[in-house]
Design a protein around this ligand. Structure first.
Ligand code: PLP
Length: 445
């Protein structure tokens, strides 16, 4: 059993000066109860919390730490960059190299670097609206694209984790004007009939459709294939037919599920793409990109304004470029193999405990749904919401007590890194049966 006295003390202090004691809501353990662990250090696949507990990390900073924590080559690049100054407000070689690395790996011709995924999606909406001269935006329920006003309608991630039914109605957060989300059409994921109907009715007013390349913020949802056509291909085609832009949000999947992201799995070429997480190597860096003709609408070439004091920051760019350079084919083979080990172990442990569940994957990104017996597949947010969150909370705490740090939410993917070696995987696998039994006890109560 891990102790949390020092984390509790820090949490008390934090709550006095930071709302809820955290700088991003889902860190607060609200959905699972208990005290969030304050992290003192991390190396490889392991976190050390403020009480000195060693935890195997399956959050990986919610995706970025694909090479594990404090990778020696990333740290060396960052140290070297920082020693030469941490921000200049003028262009650098480092940001050119990061932009080149992104363009080389993905279907975009140009990128602009920003500091967060939220900034990337926010700007992409502006660009799409400017390019088309239209205002409406289509998104899917349960997809999260950062806390952009227009996209905080039926959002996933922390909004899904913390929200009640009322808060999940459109708009998802007080402070977002209804007039803003009135420009946003929210549809059920994987529902082609709903997409076709929305475009039939509003097609000539829709600037863009934004989707997570493969959703990971309502748990991992598989984009379906119908009559040989991938859901993303269907979306791209529908947008094209109506003169709207297809925007793929690869903030979570980019450079994680393949060398390029979900594009490497489905081959669909979006008009605009957003990136984040992995490409920042653990620093605040993100990007958006697309065809040069669209990107040239941005200031200073065009008139669509976008800017950032720390955009393309040299330390973040060094961390990002080094991380991308180290992501060779072997990395993806390792991640796929590790994900397989865990998926199999989860299925076996949950079956042995008699705990109904569904495991879904997008490449090595996967999640476990604590769904009832009659659910064999989770295609959308409405089905994901049928989860037994109490069973999930019991599972989460049993794992944490045994030294495994999972996302503190039933609506999030589990993230692996190349540092999850046999020892780390074995520790997780050994922990699963008892945690599954703890969850089953609550589920059947
Ligand atoms: N888009 C997706 C798919 C995400 O998963 C996230 C964050 O989890 C974002 C956008 C927002 O990125 P950030 O938290 O860097 O603002």
């Amino acid at each position: 059993m891990t102790s949390d006295a020092r984390s509790a003390e820090l949490f008390e202090r934090a709550q006095l000066v930071i709302p809820g004691g955290v700088n991003s809501p889902v860190r607060a353990f609200r959905a699972v109860g208990g005290t969030p662990r304050f992290i003192a250090a991390a190396k490889g696949a392991h976190l050390t919390d403020a009480d000195g507990n060693d935890l195997v990390d399956l959050v990986c900073s919610w995706g970025p730490m694909i090479l594990g924590h404090a990778h020696p080559e990333v740290i060396a690049a960052v140290t070297d960059a920082a020693a030469r100054g941490t921000s200049y407000g003028a262009p650098t070689r480092a940001e050119v190299e990061l932009a080149e690395a992104i363009v080389e790996r993905t279907p975009v011709e140009q990128v602009r670097l920003v500091s967060s995924g939220t900034e990337a999606t926010m700007t992409v909406l502006r660009l799409a609206r400017a390019a088309t001269g239209r205002d409406l935006v289509v998104k899917f329920a349960g997809c999260y694209h950062g806390h952009v006003d227009a996209l905080l309608a039926s959002a996933g991630s922390g909004v899904a984790t913390l929200g009640d039914a009322e808060a999940l109605a459109s708009p998802s957060s007080p402070g977002v004007p209804a007039t803003t989300t009135a420009q946003t059409i929210v549809l059920p994921y994987n529902d082609r009939t709903a997409v076709t109907a929305a475009f039939a009715e509003h097609g000539d007013q829709i600037a863009c459709l934004v989707t997570e390349a493969a959703p990971g913020n309502m748990g991992v949802i598989v984009p379906g294939t119908e009559d040989g056509e991938h859901f993303n291909a269907f979306l791209a085609r529908t947008c094209r037919e109506h003169g709207a832009l297809f925007v793929s949000d690869e903030v979570m999947t980019g450079f994680r599920v393949t060398r390029s992201g979900q594009h490497g799995l489905d081959g669909v070429v979006p008009d605009l793409v957003t990136f984040g997480k992995v490409m920042g190597g653990g620093f605040p860096a993100a990007a958006f990109g697309g065809r040069a003709e669209l990107m040239q609408l941005l200031s200073p070439v065009g008139s669509v304004y976008q800017a950032g004091t720390l955009s393309g920051n040299p330390v973040a760019s060094a961390a990002g470029s080094t991380t991308l350079r180290l992501l060779d084919d072997e990395v993806y083979r390792t991640l796929d193999a590790s994900a397989d080990v865990l998926r199999t172990a989860v299925a076996e442990s949950f079956a042995a405990a008699g705990l109904p569940h569904v495991v879904q994957s997008a490449g090595s990104m996967f999640s476990v749904f604590f769904t009832p017996d009659d659910v064999t597949e989770v295609p959308d947010y409405a089905t994901a919401q049928r989860q037994d969150t109490a069973a999930h909370a019991a599972f989460f705490h049993a794992m944490l007590d045994a030294g495994v740090y999972l996302p503190p939410s039933a609506y999030e993917a589990w993230f692996l890194s190349t540092a999850h070696d046999d020892e780390a995987l074995s520790r997780i696998v050994e922990t699963l049966p008892a945690a599954a039994r703890a969850a089953a006890a609550v589920a059947s109560a």
